[in-house]
Design a protein around this ligand. Structure first.
Ligand SMILES: Nc1ncnc2c1ncn2[C@@H]1O[C@H](COP(=O)(O)OP(=O)(O)O)[C@@H](O)[C@H]1O
Ligand SMILES: [Mg+2]
Length: 287
């Protein structure tokens, strides 16, 4: 059954590249309009494969994808107009200017000639890139290229924007600029966002809802605060000779009391989504 209030609904989506091991092993979820969702998981978990299926770059082995209740496999051409994609790698033409890159994309996405220039200039302004309009992309910093790729994905005014690891390889300071930009898109244009990341902080700071993926399976789905509440808000790290052990507590005073009693060097800190992942899988997201 499809609920038309869902912008996107996925049922038992699966992709098997090699014979026996599924890269995405049957995932199901639904998003409503304006949601800001993170798909968080370690390298190789199946994030990119999921995004590629959702955006029509690869075919699922099984399962179904519905946008606004209509079957993506059957109506992919029409549906692609609703989707914006920011791939993991910047795929700009470095010899062209920002404007020229955007203009080419506008042609590809069938934006009427009369509307192209105004749409591009409005978006350059929206993203603070007007000064870069007529400069060649090869002179841009990594962060500016990233903003341009995101802006480009907005040209045809998609209802849902997919961003695959949008801040990988960027300096922490630039990462914040990109975060602000993505939040602005979500708030001001009410664009539904799905971003993938293996950065805990990125998921915690940005996403109202996080799907944690591991080995092709979504192991948890919820808002970061509730997920953290589920295991206890404070961690006592006990630094033993053979590694760090973690104990979880609902409040700081209990954690500090345990610290007092311990004979090992200890530290009390707040719980993160990394701890949630560790509790569920026995390993860390970032190793
Ligand atoms: N084209 C492909 N052919 C074979 N295996 C692939 C292909 N693409 C991805 N995989 C495998 O599928 C799994 C998930 O990959 P991917 O979706 O890229 O993970 P993530 O984006 O979370 O790092 C990995 O084990 C990866 O090696
Ligand atoms: Mg990936």
């Amino acid at each position: 059954m499809n609920d038309n209030n869902d912008i996107l609904r996925v049922d038992g989506l699966k992709k098997t590249f090699l014979k026996d091991k599924a890269a995405v092993d049957g995932v199901s979820f639904a998003f409503s309009r304006g949601e800001f969702v993170g798909l968080l998981g370690p390298n190789g978990a199946g994030k990119t494969t999921t995004i590629k299926m959702l955006t029509g770059l690869i075919r699922p082995s099984s399962g179904a994808i519905y946008y606004f209740g209509s079957d993506f496999q059957k109506e992919s051409q029409k549906t692609k107009a609703l989707i914006g994609v920011v791939p993991q790698q910047n795929n700009l033409d470095r010899d062209l200017t920002a404007y020229e890159n955007l203009y080419l994309h506008a042609i590809l996405y069938g934006i009427p000639k009369a509307a192209r220039k105004a749409r591009i200039d409005e978006l350059l302004d929206f993203s603070g890139l007007t000064d870069y309009r007529n400069r060649q992309v090869k002179s841009f910093s990594g962060g500016t290229m990233r903003r341009l790729v995101i802006l480009r994905a907005l040209l045809h005014e998609p209802k849902i924007l997919f961003l695959d690891e949008p801040t990988v390889g960027l300096d922490p300071q630039i990462r914040r600029v990109i975060w602000d930009f993505i939040v602005k898109i979500n708030r001001m244009k009410n664009t539904t966002i799905l971003l993938t990341t293996h950065y805990i902080e990125e998921a915690e700071r940005l996403c109202k809802r996080v799907l944690i993926i591991n080995d092709g399976l979504i192991i948890v789905d919820g808002d970061p605060e509730t997920l953290k509440d589920g295991i206890g808000r404070f961690v006592l790290e006990v630094h033993k000779d053979d590694g760090i052990e973690e104990e979880f507590f609902d409040n700081r005073s209990d954690a500090l009391a345990a610290l007092e009693k311990s004979t090992y060097p200890c530290k009390v800190r707040g719980v993160t989504l990394e701890d949630v992942f560790l509790r569920l899988t026995g390993r860390r997201i970032n190793v």
